[in-house]
Design a protein around this ligand. Structure first.
Ligand code: NAP
Length: 244
């Protein structure tokens, strides 16, 4: 492909895709939401900040023509994914969803699946000590908890937070040994996480298994229908290469 590619990013896959496309000589612009104070930047051109909804993205695409868009945002960035689908519809620009596979339970895992952060909060309402790794944005759903809540995020979370919150600021990946130490030190009884998938943040699941702790997992939102979807950077590269 000779045209420009817009990569909707904020994930390791998006960075690796931009790296690989630039290495192949493809003109890439990566887009970040601007949520993280000091993001790890991909190579190539980067733009930061929202587009202003689906129509804003459609306008941006009209003003900044691209041959294709790859939505490589996080599996739980459902708003951006919906906007990308709607903007592709409005403009006719080809769109691919790159979304890593979800996690699969292994022998010894005690996983309880829920459909939302609110359902996760309800599932741990009577637990004494909870490790919340659901990201800063959704912490409001847990604000009513009276449990000790260990919260880990890249940047400091804002209110509302559970009353007895301990914040650990850290950016993954973490090793299993680090996760075991953290969970032991804070006497975690239940881990709450989203089905983000991938290896970057999977060590906590291994640690929970080793400690015999239950895990409450929030299911992913669905990808909008009709959008071609791949799970790996290599598949995304092949799709881009196959564009006229
Ligand atoms: P979201 O709820 O789906 O998106 C909300 C709004 O943020 C979008 O409507 C869009 O604003 C803007 N936005 C999101 N991603 C963008 C991008 N890559 N480039 C430009 N604007 C973007 O998104 P989110 O869950 O807050 O995630 C924000 C970013 O963090 C994403 O890039 C995502 O890949 C990354 N991330 C998310 C999670 C997670 O758990 N949700 C975890 C790790 C990384 P406008 O409507 O104004 O265009």
């Amino acid at each position: 492909m000779t045209g420009r590619v817009l990569v909707l990013g904020g994930t390791g896959e998006a960075r690796r895709l931009a790296d690989a496309l630039v290495a192949e000589g493809v003109d890439v612009v990566s887009s970040l939401a601007g949520r993280v104070a000091k993001p790890v930047l991909p190579v190539g051109e980067v733009r930061i900040g929202g587009f202003g909804g689906a129509e804003g993205l459609a306008t941006w695409l009209a003003e900044n023509p691209v041959a294709a868009v790859v939505d490589a945002t996080h599996p739980f960035a459902a708003g951006m994914t919906a906007n990308a689908a709607a903007a592709a519809d409005l403009t006719g620009v080809p769109l691919l969803r790159l979304q890593r596979a979800g996690w699969t339970a292994q022998p010894g895992d005690d996983w309880r699946w829920v459909d939302s952060l609110e359902a996760a909060a309800a599932a741990v309402a009577s637990v004494g000590s909870v490790f919340l790794t659901t990201g800063r944005k959704g912490l409001g759903a847990f604000a009513g908890l009276t449990a000790r809540c260990l919260v880990r995020s890249v940047d400091p979370p804002g209110p509302p937070l559970p009353a007895r919150t301990v914040v650990v600021l850290a950016r993954g990946p973490f090793t299993v040994a680090e996760e075991l130490e953290l969970m032991r030190r804070h006497e975690v009884e239940v881990l709450v996480t989203k089905d983000s998938g991938g290896s970057m943040t999977a060590a906590k699941l291994t640690a929970a298994r080793e400690l015999g702790l239950p895990v409450v997992l929030v299911r992913r939102p669905p990808v909008p229908p009709g959008i071609p979807t791949v799970a790996t950077v290599d598949e995304a590269l092949a799709w881009v290469a196959g564009r006229p």
